[in-house]
Structure formats: C-alpha cells, structure tokens
Design a protein around this ligand. Structure first.
Ligand SMILES: [Zn+2]
Length: 119
C-alpha cells in the first residue's frame, strides 16, 4: 500500500493533493511528501479567509508530520502569496498547520498525547 493512500484516508485536504512520496537518506531517515494545490483551487487570504488572486509562490517549506514506524515524515509545500483587496499581501493559510508553525496540527496532537501518557 502506498503512503499516499494512507494520507488520503487519514488526512485529506480537499484543495490539496499529495503528489510524490520519497524516502530520503541522511543523518536521519525521513519520508518527504510533496503537496501541491488542485489545479482549480484558489488561494485564500489568511487575514479574512476569502479567496484572493495569487501573487507569487514562496520557497518550499517543510512541515513535520506524525512519524511513521519511527521514520520522520515531512510535508513539503510552497505556499502562495495572495493580494487581498481587504487585507493586502498575505500568505495563504494551509489546513494542516497554524500560522508560521512548522509542526502540523496532527503532529502537535500526536506529541501532546504522548506527553500526557508519559506524565
Ligand atoms: Zn483578506
């Protein structure tokens, strides 16, 4: 079974697609999942939440996801910058993370659950 199938089952985001999954060697083995937007998905403004025309795309960012079999999992996504008629230039929000956090919501929940178990 492919990792993409698991991700689409447990963490599906309607406007985004899991594109490619790669196992990367390094000091620590990791899985990298490339994420892209659906072709017709318009970016939203992180200020007011309304769809806004795109400006450009920022450098690809790495979001830490829940580890799989002890292997670190990262989602890679280049966030879009929008020009909102109400809020000005903003970076789009992504459903898997909050603000500038590099940890996904799922990973934050996962760590919180572990912390509770250990205490
Ligand atoms: Zn706005």
């Amino acid at each position: 079974m492919q990792v993409k199938i698991i991700l689409n089952r447990i963490e599906k985001h309607p406007s985004f697609v899991y594109e490619a999954v790669g196992l990367v060697d390094g000091p620590r083995l990791r899985l990298e999942v490339k994420v892209r937007t659906r072709a017709n998905a318009r970016a939203k403004c992180s200020g007011c939440g309304r769809p806004a025309p795109g400006d450009d795309t920022l450098a690809e960012r790495r979001f830490e996801f829940v580890p799989l079999w002890g292997i670190a999992v990262f989602m890679l996504y280049a966030m879009r910058r929008v020009v909102c008629p109400h809020c000005g230039v903003k970076v789009e929000p992504v459903p898997w993370a909050t603000g500038k956090h590099r940890l996904t919501r799922s990973a934050a929940w996962f760590l919180a659950r572990w912390a509770r178990r250990l205490s």
